[in-house]
Ligand binder design. Structure first.
Ligand code: CTP
Length: 755
């Protein structure tokens, strides 16, 4: 055979060839036996592995080995896009080259129209070539059958993707008859990931940002890696298999290129249409694009914009009985999940469920209670949701538990306070206008879903059913359990922060409380909210409450620091910037609490005020005054903070020097400083003299009981009046300084002084 003939016919597939491309090329080779097979660039790693392990009989050329000028016929399989042919593209534009196309992709305006076109809808290109091979009665060997079978299985997700057609199953059945080896097929399908792929998969999962678009759950994952790897679509597919969402998009920056890979499980989300907007293509369920010289954030923004335009609404979002939607996850909680719930609360929950069932209502525990239940953290705030008439139900509950009931009619909510002070918040998910078939325990009414959809974060938007038949059934529409496992704070929709800006505080609070973090999309939305100052739309009272809640966390320092980094503090007041000193001080406070709580013997204080003092410690007195007024702090709180407006630095200075100081002098200086103030000083102080004096004052002098009473002064013959106070102070001074130990000594002192 002459050299001219050798390269006159080429069979080619698309760049980054996959198993269907390889199988289709080999299948086409049976129709064009003189043709050479060529890859436009390196194929994906499954193809490389298949060739190494099972494809010794295949000979595939690289583009650079081909004398392009000698090519007379180009057979293109598994694509119709010239730009996916690499350098072989020029052959499609050259005079005198005959083009034959075999493809199963949907038609687009960019398609090459060949001299011969065989285009059919099927799950794989291999399938349509099998039909031709069978028609022509061409013999195939068992190793060929295995390759073809692999192509079909990979492209149809083992015959499970919605794009799978009867022709795929027919072809697969025929190939099995021809000796195709399913063991090899499954080895290729279930190849373990390489360490690099595993790292990348982890990065993608961690970056995952979930959103609801037109009622569908969409996951966008992102990663940036310093090397190039060809096999990334496999990872997107794995994520789709792992996460129960309707579509996954991965954006992967590799050196100067960004790859967009889309995988979808629904026809309403046509990923090929979406990838086309980025110059790519593929199928309805699997598509990709590659972009050069773009920025990852910009591409993500555009992707979200395109998704909103292209994704079609879900029928499920319409509130009709036919569309009662099954939650994404329903599992019944195991006994051990209830371990942190005290016995009596568990009993109470069961009882409330029974009462609901008697009234033919569905009852759920929801929100933070469920979140903490799953985290194994004790939470005694019961947040119940009842589907139906909450008012009569709440009355029945109040009667049963002998609870105080407060009904808030317009919102159909009620609060019950039980005799042991336990609080139950009860909300009604509004009744449906149609009768729900009561005998369908699997089905959860859309009313509960509506209630949960209005909530802040996925981890707070789960419910547990309390009716006896389904007690403990977890209802998780938004992947809350998954986010708890991954430690993610994720909003349910994009306008969550603007709908309710207190969620900005809440996000930070949960993040730091549980050591979680916001998913990148949520953080982006939060930052946008901060930038547009939505917080300032809140009333002073709501902002103050959120500040107090944040400062009441067990260790609020990281949350305050995060508030500073996110520029939220500065929004509250421009002077609220966090210096290293303030931060250190905040971090010191928990230790101070641990050290003194027991010694204080039950003396009550407000921990949040101690943190507030630390936060205010670098402010001027007028700035503190401004804050207290602006956010309408209570008089009590303002009084406790009040000493901050005096020259407390001087006081600290005076208490710090080494000269001896009488206890009475220390007490006098400390007069008017709240217990919170003393604890703040304790955290603040490093000087040993100061520390010692503060401790003595706190534990000994402050609460020292006066040895004498007004009665004693009366008996001695003093007339009641302002003079009593002076004498009390005199005795107190002597008492503190150790000159008077007993009541007798004190009385003797009085008598002596008065004589
Ligand atoms: N919630 C919300 N948006 C808010 C406040 C509350 O969606 N701005 C919802 C959440 O589902 C939350 C529930 O209402 O779980 C109850 O709110 P709350 O009692 O403030 O919070 P908890 O979840 O109980 O959390 P915490 O432990 O901080 O009290």
């Amino acid at each position: 055979m002459s050299e001219i003939q050798e390269f006159s016919e080429l069979i080619v597939s698309h760049s980054n060839a996959d198993m269907d491309s390889l199988a289709a090329m080999a299948a086409a080779n049976k129709l064009y036996p003189a043709a050479k097979l060529v890859f436009p660039d390196s194929p994906d790693s499954s193809v490389q592995e298949f060739i190494t392990l099972h494809g010794g009989w295949l000979h595939i050329y690289q583009t650079k080995e081909i004398p392009l000028e000698k090519v007379k016929k180009l057979i293109i399989v598994d694509t119709r896009e010239a730009r996916r042919l690499g350098d072989l593209r020029e052959l499609t534009e050259k005079q005198g080259v005959e083009i034959h196309v075999y493809d199963h992709h949907p038609t687009t305006y960019r398609d090459i129209v060949g001299d011969y076109n065989y285009i059919k809808q099927a799950g794989s290109t291999t399938t349509i070539l099998m039909e031709l091979i069978r028609e022509k009665n061409l013999p195939i060997a068992t190793y060929e059958a295995t390759l073809f079978l692999t192509g079909i299985y990979v492209d149809t997700g083992s015959l499970s993707f919605p794009t799978t057609t009867p022709a795929d199953l027919n072809a697969a059945a025929w190939l099995l008859e021809k000796g195709g080896d399913l063991k090899i097929v499954s080895d290729i399908l279930n190849r373990p990931l390489s360490p690099l792929q595993r790292d990348l998969l982890k990065e993608l999962i961690l970056s995952g940002s979930f959103s609801q678009i037109e009622g569908h759950e969409i996951l966008i994952t992102k990663a940036s890696i310093p090397y190039y790897t060809s096999d990334v679509s496999l990872l997107t597919q794995r994520i789709l298999d792992l996460e129960k969402v309707h579509a996954v998009f991965s954006l992967i920056q590799m050196q100067k290129k960004i790859f967009l890979i889309g995988r979808s499980t629904l026809s309403a989300i046509d990923v090929s249409e979406i990838c086309e907007e980025f110059g790519g293509g593929g199928h309805q369920t699997a598509a990709s694009a590659s972009l050069k010289g773009e920025n990852l954030e910009k591409v993500e923004e555009k992707l979200i914009h395109v998704l909103k335009q292209k994704i079609k609404p879900s029928l499920m979002t319409q509130n009709t009985p036919q569309n009662l939607q099954k939650p994404i996850l329903t599992v019944t909680l195991k006994i051990e999940d209830w371990r942190k719930v005290p016995e009596e609360i568990l009993k109470l929950l069961k009882k409330t469920g029974e009462i609901a069932a008697e009234q033919n209502l569905n009852l759920f525990a929801a929100g933070g209670f469920v979140r903490d239940l799953l985290l194994g953290i004790k939470n005694l705030d019961l947040d119940l949701v009842v589907e139906g008439d909450s008012i009569s139900f709440s009355k029945k509950l109040a009667e049963t538990f002998n609870a105080h009931l407060k009904i808030h009619e317009p919102f159909k909510t009620a609060v019950l306070i039980l005799p042991d002070r336990l609080r139950i918040d009860l909300a009604a998910a509004r009744a449906e206008s149609y009768a729900r078939p009561a005998a369908l325990p699997e089905v959860v009414g859309t009313t509960l879903k509506q209630d949960l959809t209005r909530r802040d974060f996925t981890i707070n938007a789960m419910a547990v059913k309390l009716n006896p038949n389904d007690f403990g059934k977890l209802i998780d529409f938004f992947g809350g359990q998954r986010d708890l496992q991954h430690g993610m704070i994720r909003v349910l929709h994009n306008s969550s922060f603007s709908d309710d800006p207190t969620r900005i505080f809440r996000a930070v609070r949960y993040e730091q409380r549980y050591g979680f973090r916001m998913d990148p999309h949520t953080e982006k939305l939060l930052k946008e909210g901060v930038q547009s100052k939505v917080i300032l739309k809140l009333s002073s009272d709501r902002i103050r409450n959120e500040m107090i809640l944040l400062l009441s966390e067990k260790n609020p320092a990281p949350a305050i620091q995060r508030m500073g980094k996110l520029k939220i503090l500065q929004l509250l007041h421009p002077s609220l910037k966090l210096s290293g000193t303030t931060l250190q001080l905040l971090e010191q406070i928990p230790e101070t609490f641990t050290h003194y709580t027991e010694k204080l013997q039950g003396e009550k204080f407000d921990p949040w005020i101690v943190y507030a003092l630390a936060l205010f410690s670098e402010l001027t007195s007028s700035e503190i005054e401004e804050l207290l007024i602006k956010y309408r702090f209570t008089l009590k709180a303002s009084q406790k903070v009040g000493f901050m407006k005096t020259n407390w630095h001087l006081l600290i200075h005076e208490l710090s020097h080494s000269d001896p100081m009488e206890p009475s002098e220390i007490s006098k200086k400390m007069q008017g400083i709240s217990l919170e103030g003393i604890l703040f000083f304790m955290a603040y102080s490093k000087n040993p003299f100061l520390k010692e004096r503060l401790e003595q004052y706190l534990l000994k002098y402050k609460n020292a009981k006066l040895l004498i009473s007004g009665e004693d002064l009366k008996k001695i013959g003093l007339k009641p009046g302002p003079v009593y106070r002076e004498w009390f102070e005199k005795v107190k001074k002597e008492q503190l300084d150790g000159n008077l130990q007993t009541r007798e000594q004190a009385l003797e002192f009085l008598r002596r002084s008065l004589s």
